[in-house]
Design a protein around this ligand. Structure first.
Ligand SMILES: Cc1cc2nc3c(=O)[nH]c(=O)nc-3n(C[C@H](O)[C@H](O)[C@H](O)COP(=O)(O)O)c2cc1C
Ligand code: SF4
Ligand code: FES
Length: 645
């Protein structure tokens, strides 16, 4: 129990398991019961947890209680933020309240890294030790914490610290997240931190919330996605409207659902979540489905190491996300939407909840929107620290109250998605692109970027890359942050925008596309940033990560971080990924320690073979891409052949 098995690795988790799970006879404390009841409401029947002093014959549970299974993740959150952990008694009580087998509740609770299944201090500092934070010196912070506080998990007067994968604050690295459970639970981001800030937070100081990240381009003319970020008040719907907000929804109502889809098809918008699927085709497929209801999910899970663009939009322009969701739902006939937000974004959560409420109060959301006879409701669902839950079918499981495990495709989400119904899943940035598409027209939007039918490769690959794109530039650059540029901008131009490598340092490599992407050499800086050019160069844009690595960084160590990330985050469903990510990490560790089995070439051949198996036989994109960064470092940077290391 404790740290989820996915994070520890199966054998380590078994070793760490110090107690058996005796759920059936464990009872909740009154505090735990109160925390659950405060969220779910009082139990209506003895079958679901009320005192059994009623007549004992009739039950009000049954189907209606089982239909509440989708409340499992929010209920676990509600409990955890009050008590700081999920005890067997509390787990058993939740199982009774939602009529879910206790083993199932355990399976779900243990899936998420932010939940603890054993007692731990109420104050937890999650310290990022992922790619960008490592480049910004997080190892020194971790060394200080280990020295001053103790190893991860050590209790120092009711507080502790734990290492964390990327917290989505790479533009402000090194970063941490402070969580405090209790009657007044609190979550706070700490950005650009030093060891004093961390020790203060462990010692009980409450850091003030960081200011929203202001893009370096804020206020510049010509921006479409970042136009309001850092300029408008993200908590005022009036300011949003004064700056053009909700004009696109009015235009969408003029166009009608089919007209909106036509514009999106004409725009050739490709999804920005990593898979680059044409949005218009997805919307059209859902709109045509006769089965009802239809659902819309805004994928705000953003857990790919190095990615933070969605956070900047969600915090800086939350109304635009709500407006774009309303347009998407209108076009595709969705009655209900969910924003699946990663659990480590407390400021985005507050801003979104506030924006949803204001939009509802002003008639932009809910029943009969703007008196057009169209109704749409949306709610926020908070993840709990599982990268895999960003995969579109894993989100379904997570929202429905199951483990966030990807499903086989087909059936595709447009046919059988959330609760088995036709579902649109779109990334935050994809959705925000819909606003200029509706306002300017799809054809005008398609003229931005590289859709013009000139170079032969673009004609062959089809659509080209249209519109503006957000890139998350971090690591060894003078001005890390989110940048909006048209597709076709070169990597060199992007680096120039971000101020280049600071202090005249030497650029050693660029990790493009995040942990699931690949490394490229500094010689390739003239690569145009488009789907087709990166594909032709054997790399990917992924979710838009551009991590610059200078000669100060230990590249071998960085590869180990990537390998450990995939081993931790594999959901374990399919063998190639579950076993392959472990074997890959082991082979890398042997190479880095110099204790190879056979020659270096033997180990490199093994890594290539494992990569091939994961690519070919894994169910989902996590396994399929788990080796790409590592293999690219071996091939292009010659890390183990007299290359940079
Ligand atoms: C392991 C994994 C994690 C993913 N995480 C995200 C994510 O955090 N956000 C996202 O938008 N897409 C993520 N995706 C891609 C989604 O599966 C899906 O393609 C996307 O949400 C569709 O939206 P789009 O068409 O607007 O890009 C992930 C995919 C995989 C395989
Ligand atoms: S590829 Fe990995 S993460 Fe994806 S379903 Fe298989 S085991 Fe789970
Ligand atoms: S916040 Fe630390 S690497 Fe992203």
């Amino acid at each position: 129990m404790g740290v989820p098995a996915r994070r520890l690795g199966w054998r380590a988790a078994k070793r760490a398991s110090s107690v058996d799970v005796h759920l059936l006879d464990a009872e909740p404390t009154s505090e735990e019961r109160a925390a659950v009841d405060a969220f779910l409401g009082p139990p209506l029947s003895s079958w679901v947890g009320a005192d059994r002093a009623d007549n004992g014959h009739s039950a009000h549970g049954g189907h209606s209680a089982r239909a509440e299974r989708h409340q499992l993740l929010p209920t676990l959150h509600a409990l955890h933020e009050h008590t700081g952990w999920i005890s067997p008694g509390a787990l058993n009580y939740i199982a009774r309240r939602l009529t879910i087998p206790p083993a199932d509740v355990y399976g779900v609770a243990s899936f998420y890294a932010l939940f603890s299944l054993e007692p731990r201090p109420g104050r937890v500092l999650h310290v990022c030790d992922d790619l960008a934070c490592r480049c910004a010196g997080s190892q020194a912070l971790i060394d200080t914490l280990t020295e001053e506080v103790g190893p991860p998990g050590a209790d120092r007067e009711g507080a502790t610290w734990l290492p964390s994968p990327c917290l989505g604050q790479c533009d402000r690295a090194p970063a941490a997240l402070l969580t405090q459970s209790g009657q007044a639970p609190m979550e706070r981001e700490l950005v650009t931190v030093g060891s004093e800030d961390l020790l203060g937070a462990i010692g009980g100081a409450t850091p003030s919330p960081p200011a929203s990240a202001i893009p370096w381009q804020a206020g510049q003319p010509g921006l479409r996605l970042l136009a309001r970020v850092g300029v408008a008040d993200p908590e005022s719907i009036d300011d949003y409207r004064a700056r053009g907000g909700y004009a696109a929804l009015r235009r969408a109502f003029e166009l009608g659902p089919e007209g909106v889809i036509r514009e999106v098809v004409d725009s050739k918008l490709m999804g920005r979540g990593g898979a680059a699927f044409p949005t218009g085709r997805k919307w059209d497929a859902v709109a045509r489905q006769p089965r009802r209801p239809h659902y819309l999910i805004c994928n705000a899970d953003e857990s790919e190491p190095g990615t933070f663009k969605d956070r900047v939009l969600l915090e800086g322009d939350p109304f635009s996300v709500i407006e774009a969701m309303t347009i998407a739902a209108y076009a595709t006939g969705c009655e209900r939407g969910y924003i699946y937000l990663r659990g480590e974004y407390p400021l985005a959560q507050r801003r979104l909840e506030h924006a949803i409420q204001q939009a509802r109060d002003r008639g932009f959301l809910g029943q009969n929107i703007l008196s057009h006879g169209y109704s749409f409701e949306t709610e926020l669902r908070k993840g709990a620290g599982a990268y895999i839950c960003g995969e579109e079918t894993a989100i379904f499981g997570s929202i429905e109250g199951y483990r966030g495990e990807p499903r086989n495709k087909p059936p595709f989400p447009v046919d059988r998605g959330l609760f088995g119904k036709p579902t649109v899943v779109n990334n935050v940035e994809t959705l925000v692109n819909v606003l200029p598409i509706v306002l300017e027209g799809g054809a005008a939007y398609a003229r931005i970027g590289t859709a013009q039918p000139d170079p032969l490769s673009r004609v062959i690959s089809g659509e080209g890359s249209t519109g503006p794109k957000l890139f998350c530039v971090c690591g060894a650059v003078a001005q890390p942050g989110v940048y909006e540029v048209p597709f076709g901008t070169t990597l060199r131009e992007l680096f120039e925008l971000a101020g280049g490598v600071p202090g005249g340092g030497t650029l050693r490599a660029v990790l493009l596309g995040g942990a699931a992407g690949s490394f490229i050499k500094p010689d390739d800086l003239d690569l145009p940033l488009t789907f087709e050019d990166t594909r032709a160069a054997g790399t990917t844009l992924g979710s838009g990560v551009v991590l610059a690595i200078d000669d100060q960084v230990d590249l071998g160590r960085l590869l180990m971080v990537i390998a450990a990330f995939f081993r931790n985050e594999s959901c374990g469903q399919c063998v190639p990924c579950r076993v392959g990510t472990v074997r890959q990490e082991e082979a890398l560790a042997r190479l880095l320690s110099g204790r190879t089995r056979g020659t270096v070439q033997d180990e490199l051949a093994l890594i290539a073979e494992i990569g091939e198996a994961m690519r070919d036989a894994s169910i989902c994109g996590l396994g399929q891409t788990a080796s790409s960064a590592i293999e690219s470092a071996i091939e292009r940077l010659a890390v183990f052949n007299g290359g940079p290391e």
